[in-house]
Design a protein around this ligand. Structure first.
Ligand code: SAM
Length: 215
């Protein structure tokens, strides 16, 4: 129970999504058994649909883990689309590399090992789709580094913004998560009132925010 939707709604939505097969299913199973957080199935579907509509040419992801969402993005975009993904943990980078090689997407997905806050200022490219899925307390900093890298009419998608419902009500907040919750609230307020950007919050998975940069 993640306190975002009623359990029966979540179960219904998950039940209707077709099962992945092959390497995506294997990665989902591995992540579940080993407690590695990856995007929820309904968030993966949202990501696929958004990418098929927006047809980005250059994607940036913060938070690779074992490469699941990077592979979801690789399979949902045109062959010419490039994906750069940043991960701080070497063990994750190694597993992601193996998964990406197995899926034969080595040429499409580039993994950068390091802290996003250090790596982001070194990037020279522009991106038309940016996916934030790393340290939740740092989203505002990530966002502000990413706006310099975002193309006009580009999209920033941020996962886990409702953080088990805690962001929406103090009643659910546990003491050791207070700072993250405070920072996520600041983040959501910021992106919802930023001139030149249009944002929305979608209560699926653990909460997803979409931010569109106007021309
Ligand atoms: N996007 C992945 C997926 O759905 O398959 C899941 C990413 S997991 C939720 C978050 C990852 O972000 C972790 O592997 C963590 O090590 C990484 N991370 C957290 N903070 C980071 C930072 N400041 N810089 C780079 N990576 C970070």
């Amino acid at each position: 129970m993640n306190h975002i939707n009623e359990e029966y709604v979540e179960e219904y939505i998950r039940g209707i999504i077709p099962e992945h097969k092959g390497y995506l299913k294997n990665i989902e199973d591995y992540a579940r058994i080993n407690n590695i957080p990856i995007i929820e199935r309904e968030v993966a579907q949202l990501l696929k649909v958004l990418l098929k509509i927006s047809k980005p040419k250059n994607i940036l992801e913060i938070g690779t883990a074992i490469g699941y969402s990077a592979l979801i993005m690789a399979t949902s975009t045109e062959d010419s689309c490039k994906i750069t993904t940043i991960e701080r943990r070497l063990d994750m980078v190694e597993m992601a590399r193996e998964n990406i090689d197995n899926a034969k997407y080595r040429d499409k997905i580039k993994i950068l090992h390091g802290e996003a806050e250090v790596v982001l200022p070194t990037l020279g490219d522009k991106y038309d789709f940016i996916f934030l899925d790393a340290a939740k307390g740092q989203y505002l900093d990530f966002f502000n580094s990413c706006v310099d890298l975002l193309e006009d009419r580009g999209i920033i998608m941020s996962d886990n913004v409702l953080f088990k419902g805690m962001v929406a009500t103090d009643k659910l907040v546990i003491r050791r998560k207070k700072t993250i919750v405070k920072r996520l609230r600041e983040y959501l307020k910021y992106i919802n009132h930023l001139d030149g950007y249009e944002s929305c919050i979608i209560p699926i998975g653990d909460g997803v925010a979409l931010t569109y940069r106007e021309e």
